[in-house]
Design a protein around this ligand. Sequence first.
Ligand code: PBG
Length: 338
Amino acid sequence: MSRSSESPAAYPATRLRRTRQAPWIRRLVRETTLQPSDLVLPLFLVEGDSLREPVGTLPRVDRLSIDLAVETAAQAANLGIPAIALFPAVESALKTEDGAEAWNPDSLVCRAVRAIKAAVPDIGVICDVALDPYTSHGHDGLLRGGKVLNDETVEVLVKQALTLATAGCDIVAPSDMMDGRVGVIRAALEPRGFADTLILSYAAKYASCFYGPFRDAVGSSRALGGADKSTYQMDPANAAEALREVELDIVEGADMVMVKPGMPYLDVIHYLSHSYDVPVFAYQVSGEYAMLSLGADNGLFDRTAAFMESLLAFKRAGARGIFTYAAIDVATALTEPS
Ligand code: PBG
């Protein structure tokens, strides 16, 4: 029945509680499901050996040395999580004005990619393309006279993307929000034997305060010193503009696009996923994760229930998959017999 042609039968012929009366019928009519295959686990890397370093502002999240990151990747794969996303916490001695460590083939993230792909070949490895973990000023691009340069940044992002693809990364994920970078990266990958390297574009990435704990984790918050990224990340007030961002990235060769943050932007996820056929991903960012974790730790609600409900909401809005720091806990809960 289409909504416009006929009006629904009235009570008591219609009782919507009939399909809610027992678990079996609720399961049968359920519109959306959450599975381990919907999740991507972000991992923070640190130099060292058997090192697990808590990130103060992200409860239960640690920076891991490569050997422990390999173990965690194996655990994620066993739980049915299809991919992980790597974020290096770079030593401050390696941070420079131009972020040159970003295209060092022996950087922490490149060594981690090689180790993880060798030990856990079946898990997809995603790497950020952006300069912020590597620059002394904490911006995602090259800075000159207080301005983040676009075209000059794109040139070095290409070097970073090629370095990551050469290390064996499956998906490069430009999260920098420079104009035109997806097309230039695609054009550079294609003739160099990386035709199968995927591009997940952070297309609708907003200038958000909810990235705070992430910036602590990778050590860019101190470098930024209160500066914001609103000359390149999107204005939280805009949704139509997200359509333009995504359209351009699809034309330039993005295989998948991202909306970020997630929960405050469910309308944007819905809008994009109903406007384009490209898979739309969402990132439950560090601030969202921290809020839910701290709420649960303070007895406001159950932790697992809070994550399940929030992640299901991303799926309902239209996300094909979700990046979440709770991926291991949620996948574990989903695979336990209920
Ligand atoms: C950097 C980047 C950020 C995040 C992912 N990649 C932070 C930023 O743009 O400042 C945020 C992720 C999170 O908050 O969990 N390009």
